[in-house]
Design a binder for this molecule. Structure first.
Ligand SMILES: C[S@@+](CC[C@H](N)C(=O)[O-])C[C@H]1O[C@@H](n2cnc3c(N)ncnc32)[C@H](O)[C@@H]1O
Length: 815
């Protein structure tokens, strides 16, 4: 210790914002001791070798590491390492650590349609909050419609609530579509992205889908409840892991999802998506997104309140392994962003190596084409980003102080650690890879605009967020595959790579017109952001968008049939090839096929749907978005051998209908109507919703129409149908869901003389069909003997749905 004290007085240690942090100081000094020893002028530390010497050593010696049995882990290590990083004033950090040891209060957002502007939340939500009062619900001031439960008790190892009753209420309320459970910190990225219904949005690491669902709600916005129209934009939810993506798809079934497309690909090299359109003047070619979310995989030490036990094994080195992937994902996200577009980079980790270091390296890579936007969330105190930080040594050491050995710059790293392959220059503050002092200072300035959320300020978890904007007129360096315009002749070309040999310093391009190749000076090229001409697409939209599209890594999608109409043609066009592939039914046919006139007439006549707005207004209903109706896949169909998929008609947004190619697209669309496939038929290739249709599967007779409406479509049909809608009171609906399974049609006001088949039952508070109260809509089946039976959504307690919508005096918790 004496030696440390002497060194302390002689070394230029970084100025600390706090006074006394002995653990951190110990670590700093010990680290300084170590890297000083590696400086060229200093005598070589015992065991330290230079690169040449090291290469000569046998690999058994080169790779030797101290035994891990003695490695320090846990809270003390965590506290010391982050005290050293000075993420915030010492007092805030101390309080944050205290909070991190407490269980995380569960939080949820209520559906946007249930937040009444200026009047708090709708009555259903007030009823839910009264049910939850024992668990002390508290409004999260900075996020509209968000609540957390302060007295929810402890959390199990898997992050599950141990209070079973509370768990059950939250699960049911979520299934009923009233709320979405989400950690408060995780609500930040979507909140600051300012998503609009017409935006093209890409969520690169989306599963299990908390932020995707939030964005989806924002895209549907008020539209979702107030009108039947789906939003125009596109939301691509991607994840590397197919099983995690399934959880996202399951969640998406609880809400309108017209713009949602799930894809399964590596975000580090996410392939270009292509749009196709047969109509003149519409978007075509390679797709750039208005909004991109990079919620990257990380060490996750900001979630220790939920992931109980994570701290027991915590070491400072947890973040090192993620840095490379995080940077690659951020760079790909920036490439896919349209000029003027916004991107969020977020982690639920505290470690600067996974946070500021990645943003700094991303900014350097983008060469001035991106800027960090300072985020201000009214009502929430966020910590500014760091400009300097320390990087942990890649391997544990027996003599390391608490908090581990850390380095402040690349120069400080001993050769042995440099050659370990686990440290990269980009993990360090930007001076390690941008020697120009001006560039370093500019990046540091931008890093201050990053934001860190600490448990002390929000009673949630730890979170890091950077909001980046792609500058309108500045572009990243040209790369292979980029489209460019050649200045001197104005022709479009594609970049093939840097020139070599006598052409070193030039850029090799291929002209689109004739495929000829030339070398051009880089300053004679302009990045082409105009949509790519796609002559082949206009005439035969099912052809590959470009040669490049075919070569896209990871893209194994078959081209769907685009000509012809109707299910049979589509089935025939998809043909033998799909039938031979075992996973074929899980794939989505792109572009999605519009519903044929014959099938549209079939549902329109039976339910009295009109697509013309004027006519609909005359009839007092909303126009049905017929143009958005496509043959879609079944999110629940598992493609098991021997089972025959059914056919579904689903709503798809305009932009989703234009997507021509995507990597391994998964079905997410929610069916509105379905038609069971004839048993034993091979003609039908479109899978369809089987789950969620308990009532239908229970053996109800066929509709007068060959298509059946699905239970989840009840709210949409209630707005658009001119036939087969019964307006009744909430009390009558409640009697129906609580009472006997079947009742006389007249008891709910249905006409028993109607042909058998689906009817839509609606109720508003007070029983007045024109009142302003929220509408509850349920699907029921009218039998030929004049009785009515409710068709339930799978997993949804309709009783809860109706009960929540009832006036407060009628409410009684029933678990
Ligand atoms: C922090 S989680 C995302 C959480 C999600 N955004 C949410 O809000 O529910 C990170 C996700 O990245 C995925 N992932 C990991 N490596 C990936 C890669 N190379 N490409 C795409 N996704 C990846 C993981 O499977 C994981 O689901």
């Amino acid at each position: 210790m004496k030696r440390l004290a002497r060194l302390r007085s002689s070394l230029p240690l970084p100025a600390r914002r706090d006074g006394n942090q002995s653990l951190a100081l110990t670590a700093t000094l010990a680290a300084t001791l170590r890297f000083n020893a590696s400086e060229p002028s200093a005598p070589k530390r015992s065991g330290a070798v230079d690169l040449d010497e090291e290469a000569a050593l046998p690999s058994s010696v080169r790779n030797r590491r101290p035994p891990t049995a003695t490695v320090k882990r846990g809270l003390e290590e965590f506290d010391a390492y982050y005290s050293l990083q000075q993420l915030c004033p010492a007092d805030d950090w101390r309080k944050s650590v205290e909070r991190l040891c407490l269980p995380l209060p569960p939080a949820f957002r209520v559906k946007p349609g249930l937040i009444c502007r200026g009047e708090g939340v709708a009555e259903e939500v007030q009823a839910l909050l009264r049910w939850l009062k024992d668990w002390q619900p508290e409004e999260v001031g900075w996020c509209p419609g968000a609540f957390r439960l302060l007295a929810a008790g402890d959390i199990g190892k898997q992050g599950r609530l141990l209070d079973k009753k509370l768990n059950q209420i939250l699960v049911q309320a979520q299934r009923a579509g009233l709320i979405t459970r989400q950690e408060t910190a995780s609500m930040l990225p979507a909140l600051v992205l300012d998503v609009h219904p017409e935006h093209l949005v890409l969520d690169l690491c989306a599963a299990p889908g908390s932020k995707t669902m939030q964005v989806l709600e924002m895209m549907h916005g008020d539209l979702g409840e107030a009108t039947a129209l789906p939003p125009r934009g596109l939301l691509v939810a991607n994840d590397l892991k197919s099983w995690r993506l399934n959880r996202l798809r399951e969640r998406a079934r609880r809400q309108p999802a017209a713009p949602l497309l799930a894809t399964c690909a590596d975000a580090r090299r996410y392939p270009n998506l292509f749009l196709v359109s047969t109509k003149e003047g519409q978007r075509r070619g390679r797709l750039r997104f208005d909004r991109v979310l990079c919620d990257v995989p990380c060490s996750g030490d900001g979630t220790v309140r939920k992931a109980r036990g994570l701290l027991d094994h915590w070491t400072p080195r947890g973040g090192l392994a993620h840095h490379g992937d995080q940077l690659a994902i951020l760079c790909r996200g920036m490439e896919l962003l349209a000029p003027g577009g916004l991107l969020t980079y977020s982690t639920c980790a505290f470690n600067p190596v996974e946070c500021e270091a990645v943003v700094a390296a991303g900014l350097a890579w983008a060469k001035g084409s991106m800027e960090v936007v300072a985020v201000d969330v009214p009502g929430l105190r966020l910590q500014g980003g760091l400009t300097t930080w320390r990087v942990p040594a890649p391997a544990p050491s027996l003599d390391a102080p608490v908090g581990g050995i850390t380095y402040g710059s690349w120069e400080d790293v001993p050769i042995l650690d440099r050659s370990s392959g686990r440290l990269r220059r980009t993990m360090f503050p930007p001076a390690a890879y941008t020697p120009a002092a001006k560039a370093t200072a500019e990046i540091a300035e931008q890093l201050k605009r990053c934001r860190r959320l600490l448990p002390v300020t929000d009673n949630g978890g730890g979170f890091f967020l950077a909001l980046l904007r792609r500058l309108e007129h500045v572009d990243a360096p040209l790369k292979r595959g980029d489209r460019v315009r050649v200045f001197f002749n104005g022709l479009e070309a594609v970049v093939r790579g840097p020139g070599s040999g006598p052409f070193t310093g030039l850029t090799r391009v291929t002209y689109e017109s004739d495929g000829s190749m030339y070398h051009v000076a880089s300053d004679g090229l302009e990045r082409s952001i105009a949509p790519a001409p796609a002559p082949a697409l206009a005439s035969t939209p099912c052809a590959p968008a470009t040669e490049e599209a075919l070569a896209t890594p990871g893209d194994t999608t078959e081209q769907g049939a685009c000509s012809g109409t109707g299910v049979a043609e589509a089935a025939a066009a998809l043909g033998e090839e799909d039938a031979e592939r075992t996973d074929a039914p899980k794939r989505l046919s792109l572009p999605l096929l519009p519903v044929s006139e014959e099938d549209w007439q079939s549902v329109a006549v039976f339910f009295g749907l009109v697509s013309d707005e004027t006519k609909a207004a005359e009839l007092g209903v909303q126009a049905f978005p017929r143009a958005a109706l496509v043959y879609g896949p079944d999110p629940g169909y598992d493609g098991s051998p021997g089972s025959t998929p059914d056919i579904a008609l689903c709503l798809a947004s305009e932009a989703l209908r234009e997507v021509a190619r995507a990597p391994a697209p998964r079905p997410v669309l929610r069916p509105v109507f379905l038609r069971p496939a004839p048993q034993g038929s091979r003609a039908v290739v479109f899978p369809l919703a089987r789950q969620g249709l308990d009532g239908l599967e229970a053996g109800l007779g066929p509709d007068g129409c060959e298509w059946r409406a699905v239970a989840e479509a009840a709210p949409l049909l209630a707005k658009c149908c001119t036939r087969r809608v019964v307006h009744t009171s909430l009390a009558a609906l409640r009697r129906l869901v609580e009472g006997p399974k079947e009742v006389e049609a007249s008891t709910v006001g249905a006409d028993p003389s109607w042909p058998a088949g689906t009817v839509v039952l609606t109720g508003r508070r007070g029983g007045d069909r024109n009142s302003e109260g929220p509408l509850v809509a349920l699907l029921a089946f009218l039998t030929s003997s004049g009785r009515v039976r409710v068709v339930y959504q799978k997993g949804l307690n309709s009783r809860l749905l109706v009960t929540l919508a009832l006036p407060s005096e009628a409410l009684a918790p029933n678990g």
